[in-house]
Design a protein around this ligand. Sequence first.
Ligand SMILES: Nc1ncnc2c1ncn2[C@@H]1O[C@H](COP(=O)(O)OP(=O)(O)O)[C@@H](O)[C@H]1O
Ligand SMILES: [Mg+2]
Length: 428
Amino acid sequence: MGKRILLVGGGGREHALAWKIKQSPLLEKLYCAPGNAGIAKIAQCVPIDGEDLPAIKAFVLENNIDLVAIGPEGPLVAGLADVLRQEGIAVFGPSKAAAEIEGSKTFMKGLFAKYNIPTAKYKSFTNADDAIAYIKKEGAPIVVKTSGLAAGKGAIVCQTLDEALHAVKRVMVDREFGSAGDSVVVEEFLAGEELSFIAFVDGKNVLPLAGSQDHKAVGEGDTGPNTGGMGAYSPAPILTDQLHEQVIKQVMIPTVEAMAAEGRPFKGVLYAGLMINNGEMKVLEFNARFGDPETQPLLMRMKSDLVPLMEASATGSLAGVSIEWDSRTALCVVQAAGGYPGSYKKGLPITGIDAADALADVAVFHAGTKLDGDQVVTAGGRVLGVTALGDGIKEAQQRAYEAVDKINWDSCYCRRDIGYRAITRIEK
Ligand SMILES: Nc1ncnc2c1ncn2[C@@H]1O[C@H](COP(=O)(O)OP(=O)(O)O)[C@@H](O)[C@H]1O
Ligand SMILES: [Mg+2]
């Protein structure tokens, strides 16, 4: 009997997960809640929000689901995994207590301090005056972060004292991010290059994925405001074998052990956002799920079946498991709505997706899309993740943009320089 799987989420990450799960010979039926126009082509989408825990639970029980894979942080932090595990359902994703590592930066920084995990110097505040006094003492550049979830917009990197004081006002006085800003982390600014280190975890064992890097800023040359991510690629040339060992030994294993020791064993995907500077490594943050858009290139390179990996994470049996990777490079370019991450239009018809998708070694992953009759229209800020495989980063980049150029809609925007850091590094 094949597996009946429910995937929770509806972004580009979930389309990539659905695309990969769909290739598994172990699969009987794939559902996705709520999905998007791209996922609807390969899975049965059901219009349930991932944070509606009773509705997801009812669907899972009624439809004899064997395994639930949870994509986004919202349902994890809300406790969806706990609700399902109580019913004896296998879940790929951490419990509410374990997802706190992403859901509360104050908790996360406290864990780092207690277990000596390398990170930026910081202080945590619930009172604006205290935060202001600390910022004045430390000086700029400095970083102000909401402790709670803020859809990638709650970390404010401040180059000047004025900017930092303004950030405190936005978060703690004007409460722009609501209760996510009840507690605030103020931390030292770290220079360097970012690296995403993503691993499957089963409570005790760590099985790393290939390295990846994303581009968070909206503008070329990594300028302008941060977004959910404008593009990504794997492998990441910055991740040498030596750095890989260092991350495993100094970050991943100590964190998994720390979470177990705190009575919050972590099962699912543990994602370390790292800052690397001259071989020195510090953790910026942890996420309790796959990155979006890093998942798109990572899964295009993954040769192993994803379903047994998710099951091994859920059942605590990752020891001795390995993952086979395509040696080629995969690169994802996010096509976004003009105006994003600010305000933008929705409902615009998209052309050229099929032509782009038909190119060899190209996959067009949908994020904010929906069907309007037979027509795919935009339905979010990040709309598509056009992903291509190539021999090396330059070929992957060229193929991805070849596919991007077949797609269009009114006010479509993408960065034209995804992968430039990796290209500069290999050309040095
Ligand atoms: N201490 C820091 N020094 C420099 N840049 C930082 C620092 N902390 C965060 N950033 C930048 O802000 C981005 C978002 O911060 P992060 O801690 O990952 O929060 P979140 O992803 O929850 O918004 C990081 O990817 C990085 O680009
Ligand atoms: Mg982050």
